[in-house]
Design a protein around this ligand. Sequence first.
Ligand code: FE2
Length: 276
Amino acid sequence: MSQNHTKLMWNENFYPWIDTRLSEEELIFLNHAISEENKENISKSLAGNISKSEQIKDKDDWLWNTVFKHITEKMFYRDWDTYYKYHIIQEDPLPKFEMPGLWVNYQKQHEFNPIHAHTGLFSFVIFVKIPTHWKEQHALPFSVESNTPVASDFQFVWSRKNEQDCCTHSFSLSPEDEGRVLFFPAGLHHQVHPFYGTEEERITVSGNIDFLFYPPAYAQPELYIYKREEGDTETAKETQEIARLKTKKREEEYGGKKREEEEKRRKKARDRQGKE
Ligand SMILES: [Fe+2]
């Protein structure tokens, strides 16, 4: 995450995340996406020490267009330097964004998600099913005497420049939080504490947002090397076809713009991201 976009947000009175809710309609869409069969298990690529994480599809980019495109732009331009650069002096063309990752997490009691951050520009978590209430969790015998009861909490962790202490902010969750969305800079570390006393699963959906780049892999699908299990050629072919269609879509979207220009813009954005 580029600090360019968050540096002004890190102060006492302003948290660098957006706390919002999905509408009924958006939750129905999400639950439908979760219930699709044959989803790919992506646990190995995630930090969670939890039962299962599966990739889900945002059919027709509905969730992106309905919810996250707007929140992304709101978050991106709320930094004054960024707003000034793109909207006042118009130094660069307005960037485009995409949601390259969307997945569902199934967490059982005693499982946890250690401190970690995501890649890209922004990330989010949606609390879809919370089977416990924080009041009961914090009252468990091993938490109740603590000066920091956090059983079942979602927590952000960060540090400030030239300060020794780490800051934390906990979200104590209950079924009332179902549909709640926390949208945050991808580099903001966070963790999920375990819950106890129920066989029911906790379900959350997470996603990542990034600049819409023009990856050479998509531009030249024949060079796209997809490494999977041996003999999984069918999936590799499918992936290549997806890459080809994405290339076509992006070619259309960018019209006559020269690839070199796009590469230049991409490199610039990458350099900016590298200055964390
Ligand atoms: Fe995460």
